[in-house]
Design a protein around this ligand. Structure first.
Ligand code: SF4
Length: 350
């Protein structure tokens, strides 16, 4: 890796070592006049995440700019940590991993594939060379990293699998690595910060808070009509909570909640609003997918998957006593029974 790579891949061991050598404390980053530029850039990175925009790339010419960029990444993590809100961590992880993905594409294009492989190694991925230009990724890593990706091509059933290894093209590996970086960021936040540092960051925190509240207010998912959230089966409650908390539910989970909400009478707009807190929310894409599932553009109105299908997709989250009744076969049955019988529903039958 070159010196500038510590700023491009700030989660790597080499970047952590470099940061240590700099001997600049979080308190200095948060308050010292020397690091005003670092704080501005760090705040811009978080603002981009909150607004769902891309982080602007710096030129990274010279050591000073490399240091500023690396420290701004640290400051961004400090800002996000101050709130310790899952949705903010999701937005941040999504935007920062998207920046890393752009760097990886650039390195791949410029013949620096060894750097991409180093990134994969940092993420603990097991990889082997495959036929032609393809690579082999261990199926456990593949499943973990592809679970949040939409599209039939990511389903394991549609992949060449041999002895526990899955074949992927280079560009597909970059997409999976982005998910790995996102997962890494998500799992390493929030970091604990003392009050003295939080006080130094007060003005910047106010800016982030206002913008985050604006985004959440704009897209807050609201139950409509006679939909009773309390009667939702645990799987749908969990998927809805993921959406509202800014997480990216797996593709099948999005499909299931869309059909479920539609079956309960929610329309296109309300469903899109429910999706709008996800870190990679793209209104046009969400509208396209929802309209397809609702049958507006496809001509096929898809129904909510049965429990057996939900189980096979690993999205039968937190089944409770009612779920365990012999006759429970469908999330809509759960809703109907629970709503009809109220708190005594676990004793009920359809
Ligand atoms: S058993 Fe059915 S209703 Fe219950 S959580 Fe699983 S999929 Fe949902």
């Amino acid at each position: 890796m070159e010196r500038r790579d510590v700023a491009r891949y700030p989660f790597t061991e080499v970047a952590r070592r470099y940061l240590k050598e700099l001997k600049i404390s979080p308190k200095e980053i948060a308050g010292d006049v020397l690091y005003a530029g670092v704080r501005r850039r760090g705040l811009d990175r978080v603002i981009a995440a909150v607004k769902g925009e891309r982080i602007k790339r710096p030129s990274l010419r010279g050591e000073e700019e490399v240091i500023r960029e690396l420290l701004s990444f640290v400051y961004g993590r400090m800002l996000v940590s101050a709130f310790a809100e899952p949705y903010l961590i999701q937005w941040h992880s999504h935007t920062e991993s998207e920046l890393v993905e752009r760097y990886m594409w650039e390195d791949s294009r410029d013949g620096r594939w060894d750097v991409v492989m180093e990134v994969a190694g940092e993420l603990g991925l097991k990889l082997k060379d495959g036929p032609s230009e393809e690579l082999l990724i261990h199926f456990a890593d593949y499943l973990r990293l592809s679970s949040g990706l939409s599209g039939k091509e990511w389903r394991l059933a549609n992949r060449a699998l041999n002895g526990g290894w899955v074949r992927v093209r280079r560009e597909e590996l970059l997409r999976l690595l982005k998910e790995g970086v996102k997962e890494h960021y998500r799992s390493t936040l929030p970091i604990a910060l003392p009050t003295s540092i939080l006080e130094e960051m007060e003005d910047d925190l106010k800016v982030v808070k206002e913008l985050a509240e604006e985004r959440r207010a704009k897209y807050k998912a609201r139950p409509v009509g006679k939909v009773e959230i309390e009667c939702f089966p645990p799987c749908m409650k969990r998927i809805l909570a993921m959406l509202q908390g800014g997480e990216n539910p797996p593709h099948h989970a999005r499909f299931a909640i869309t059909t479920f909400l539609h079956a309960l009478g929610m329309g296109e707009e309300e469903i899109i609003r429910a999706f709008s807190s996800t870190p990679d929310f793209d209104e046009n894409m969400a509208r396209y997918q929802v309209r397809h599932i609702l049958g507006i553009t496809s001509g096929t109105e898809y129904s909510t998957p049965e429990c057996a299908t939900m189980i096979s997709y690993n999205i039968c989250y937190d089944p409770d006593d009612l779920c365990k009744r012999d006759w429970m076969r469908h999330p809509l049955t759960y809703y109907r029974v629970k709503c009809k019988k109220g708190s005594k529903s676990s004793e009920a039958s359809p």
